[in-house]
Design a protein around this ligand. Sequence first.
Ligand code: PMP
Length: 427
Amino acid sequence: MNDLHDRHRRVLPDWLALYYDRPLEITHGEGRHVWDAQGNKYLDFFGGILTTMTAHALPEVTKAVSEQAGRLVHSSTLYLNRPMVELAERIARLSAVPDARVFFTTSGTEANDTALLLATAYRRSNTILAMRNSYHGRSFSAVGITGNRGWSPTSLSPLQTLYVHGGVRTRGPYASLDDTAFIAACVEDLKDLLGHTRPPAALIAEPVQGVGGFTSPPDGLYAAFREVLNAYGILWIADEVQTGWGRTGDHFWGWQAHDRNGPPDIVTFAKGIGNGMSVGGVVARSEIMNCLDANSISTFGGTQVTMAAGLANLTHLLEHDLQGNARRVGGLLIERLRAAAAQDPGVREVRGRGLMIGIELTRPGTDEADPDRAAAVLEAARAEGLLIGKGGGHSTSVLRVAPPLSLTVAEAEEGAAILERALRGTR
Ligand code: PMP
């Protein structure tokens, strides 16, 4: 064990997840690459769990952050905060939420927590509908709505949570149904839940489940849910922490694949928008955002430095059409990975949208998850200089590929070739 790993284990919690038998210490990055403390170079196909949205050490973000840090680092509220107003205006416009208000947080967890605060206060109900296999964060209330048991360490939630089918296609009682029948079955399941309770405050869902293994429900699932929600006056919260900002290629927001009737009532975001700086937040129409009848502040949510990062990063993303790049390069990458997996009896599915691609591994000839092989593929890829992620439901048997959105075709091919070899070597 290297010395830093030893020190890590002595002082940090056991439940703080680390990848690899010999954990990596990453010391710097540039573009789509990172380097470890021993000087080894890696092509980064996971971007620190989709945190590096555009590129590592993007010069515009570095410049904006260092200039702002040299000028002022101060509390984000109590005084007028120009970069916060500017980023809020841009996100409000991009969100398409009518009469939108934006509140900034320091993480996705806190964004979802805020969404729950708003929804429960607005609807005067502490019941929440959440999806099976979902992940929404690590606070007391966020673990209470997280359907993925592997990431939900206590059941003593302050909320009553009802879990709905629909986030996962490859497992569960509806796995063999086609899209239309699958959506109909999930809608029936939702209606059945609602028949037994006072109307919940909201349904929260990731348009593509991230930690749960990049599972894509059929397009239109949430539009079908929404008809039911509307009938009961239940809000729809889209957790766009992983799917926002063009990640899925065809759309800027993940919800757009589902619902052509317009934006959700509440949208939460985090991760990539700050390109590694801690920017999260909530968008809601003012009637919902302003339903709280007590004051609030946030010392760090929306500080000048993180807002400067968000503004520079968003400008770069839009000016370079990185959403289009995610669609084009992601399309090539998924085809290549599908071809590589076609002859592999241990690959159940290669799925995804844009630069959010999952490879689900099962023990050949069975439906049983294969977390051992997933771990072996991660190690094999690392040995050849490629970092990927893993995720999935009750066991982590889905390989996750989510590089920075500026990935080039040559880098996609290089990474795909390494993954092909890692898959072949672990059969
Ligand atoms: N929601 C989703 C969909 C996520 O993937 C995550 C983080 N993996 C979170 C919320 C929590 O975000 P954070 O780690 O910034 O608290």
